[in-house]
Design a protein around this ligand. Sequence first.
Ligand SMILES: O=C(O)CCC(=O)C(=O)O
Length: 349
Amino acid sequence: MHHLKNMDYSCFATFQLRLWVIGAEAVDDESEPTLESLLQLLSEQAMQSRHRTDHIQQWRQEGFTIIPKFFSAAELEPIFKDFENLYGHLAPDPEAAYELDKKPLGSVGKIHHKQFQNIDSLPYDASTEMNLLSLHPALIEFASALLGVDSVHLYQSHTWAKFTGEADYDQAHHCDFGNHTLTVPADCPEQRSVDFIVYISDVTDDLGALHYVTKPHSDQILSKGAVTASEADQTALKAVEQSAAGPAGTLVAHSIDTFHRGTNLTRTAGRRFTMTVGYKAAGNDLIGFHTWQSRPERPWEKIFSAASPTQLACLGIPEPGSAYWTERTLALTQARWPSWDLSPWRAAL
Ligand SMILES: O=C(O)CCC(=O)C(=O)O
């Protein structure tokens, strides 16, 4: 007897669908899958996932979920080296590498251009590992699960290196929707977007950890669904803010409707390396940030020579079997990007 009666019904429907999908994927024609075999497969799949169901619930209810060790030390090692190569030489001289506090006494800080130095967007002049990090299968899977859709699009990927003394990084609480949509954040999950922050180095409180306010708290302080806050609201938001501090490998997931703020780096000679990665449902024209097509001179071959069809689909490239692919489009694409192995696309013609 299987005790499923305590499960809520929407959750149960998803659970049934998932069982059906893995049953169809994993069981051959001759054998009828048992509930036990499907549960076993489900738990094996859950063990391979880097996120859990409660992370999805927390993101949907609170706006934020944080997963330490989402990426392993081995995965991050080449990427940390890339950041050192790309940005290490930009650190302020030792005599200038002290906390820079430009704020009037008692104020929370504000967004200004000096905070946004040392940012570059995909594709990177760096290792294949760094180029593929924002297209990591575990991130694609997590973004799809958070948004509740089958197919997602990478719409933002950039680096960010912050150094103590280079700027005063303290900001006021804000939501990011202003430069991700011309409208306002949607209500239903599939029309929203997910913003990931990947910690390439440790991000402690003295190294500028992001501070955030959960949705229930901002709804209570401002009004339900509010996405803007006045100067007068800042004290109340700050009183309930939490720190997203975490070790290298931590993944922070939030969205364009969540209140958060950058904080200052106060550790002498401190530095903070992170990547910002945004996903939306494929075909969601409400949301945008980077336009991959506008920079063909960038090192795209690094991505084409190593990414899977699923990863490339996140950049808008049709999967094998799409009507887009013909003898002509394949030949011209191959001439344009010689290192791209197009055999899966050719095989599906
Ligand atoms: O990088 C961070 O910790 C937060 C920065 C931020 O909130 C922003 O610039 O929108």
